[in-house]
Design a protein around this ligand. Structure first.
Ligand SMILES: Cc1ncc(COP(=O)(O)O)c(C=O)c1O
Length: 396
């Protein structure tokens, strides 16, 4: 048995070559021209480039309205505010995600009602969401986790039957598709992130996408106008509590250029991830995640599921072993389970109500995927995963 790097052996990756780092991110060359345009304009008019970015983003997603904001945490806060969510309203939200999916719910004093997830997909589904709906449910937030689009048809039809709007958190899947429809256009509002690690990066940034003019106007008033309306001869008055979540024209300038290359980058990312999905399916005790029929998966993170009953260690050690073999950043992911991670949540004492989420965090490791990975990189990752699985696999 080959000794693991974790215990002093030779790592699979890193001796001859390391995996390409996500940073520095590839910046589309036209970004320099767009940035110069903003600088030459002396920032006048403010939102000029942001508006151009919004129009281009909306058009490429076959949506009517896009509103750029400072990040996705603020995009989701804005979406909830546009839906007039307030104190005591219940918001159904997945139990596994980045904190940014939840922050807006808490900021509005609404009550998160966590939906359990399917441990094989990492996503919520209509059946699990249905268990969370009550007469107080004001909205449903679905997260297309890993970049894999949730099975949206049953979710949208459940939401319509109950008259509840759906927010799609598309941070991990910009331009992903489900049955020919773009991520973020199947529910009522889609929210996106352009942070430094995301598919389309402008260092920071976010977007609210909708086909509903009224929701767009409310989102604009909350996130850009700070809740104000104009009174002729007086000036600004405020009839709702708003914020300033404005996105910068300089970041939008980068975004304008990045939109030209995002689809090729996504294609490269998916091709290499699909190669690894096929390869790990051949390792005894290791399974790739399931993806809903008709969904694309854009692999912001790459998950690997270990059937833990087959191994004589825990998932944390597996993550550490893979990281030391050279899959840098690979780890288990307990802190994505809100119920455990947020000390102040009342739901924390009820963690056993989420068997799917508990199963998911106890047998899944992941690392941030990267569109620079070559076939050779993928083959090295496969070798590392096989080595770790072979080492820890319990004898029958
Ligand atoms: C699913 C999901 N939602 C929300 C966020 C928050 O995005 P931002 O950092 O742009 O606020 C992230 C960031 O990683 C995310 O992955």
């Amino acid at each position: 048995m080959e000794q693991l790097a974790l215990y002093g052996g030779q790592p699979v990756i890193g001796t001859d070559r390391s995996l390409p780092n996500l940073f520095p991110r590839d910046i589309a060359p036209k970004a320099y021209d767009f940035v110069k345009e903003v600088l030459d304009s002396g920032f006048h008019p403010i939102r000029g480039m942001a508006e151009r970015f919004e129009h281009k983003f909306a058009k490429m997603n076959n949506a009517r309205y896009a509103l750029s904001v400072s990040n996705c945490t603020s995009a989701i806060h804005t979406a909830l505010a546009a839906l007039e969510v307030g104190s005591g309203d219940e918001i159904v939200v997945t139990s596994i995600s980045d904190y940014g999916s939840l922050a807006g719910v808490l900021a509005l004093n609404a009550v998160p009602v966590f939906s359990d997830i399917d441990p094989d997909t990492g996503n919520v589904n209509a059946e699990l969401i249905a268990k969370c709906i009550t007469s107080k449910t004001k909205a449903i937030i679905v997260v297309h986790w890993h970049g894999s689009i949730c099975d949206m048809d049953p979710i949208v039809s459940l939401a319509k039957d109950n008259g509840i709007p759906v927010i799609e958190d598309c941070c991990q899947c910009p331009f992903g598709e489900y049955k020919g429809k773009k991520a973020g256009t199947m529910g009522d509002i889609g929210c996106f992130s352009f942070d430094a690690e995301k598919h389309l990066s402008t260092e920071h940034g976010g977007m609210v996408l909708t086909n509903n003019k009224e929701l767009y106007d409310k989102a604009f008033k909350f996130a850009i106008s700070r809740g104000a309306y104009e009174v002729p001869g007086y000036g600004r008055k405020y009839d709702v509590i708003g914020l300033n979540y404005r996105y910068g024209d300089l970041e939008a300038a980068v975004g304008m250029a990045q939109l030209d290359t995002i689809e090729q980058q996504n294609a490269r990312r998916v091709a290499s991830a699909d190669r690894l999905m096929d390869k790990i399916a051949t390792i005894d005790g290791v399974i790739p995640i399931s993806i809903a029929p008709g969904s694309s998966c854009l692999f912001w993170i790459f998950p690997v599921i270990f059937q833990m009953e087959r191994f004589n260690t825990d998932i944390r050690t597996i993550g550490e072993a893979l990281s030391t073999e050279g899959i840098t950043g690979c780890s288990h992911l307990p802190y994505y389970f809100f119920v455990d991670a947020c000390d102040y949540l009342e739901q924390s004492c009820e963690r056993e109500r989420y068997p799917g989420a508990l199963k998911y965090i106890s047998r899944t490791v992941r690392w941030v995927w990267n569109d620079k990975y070559t076939e050779e990189d993928v083959d090295l990752m496969y070798k590392a995963i096989k080595k770790v699985a072979d080492y820890f696999r319990a004898s029958e």
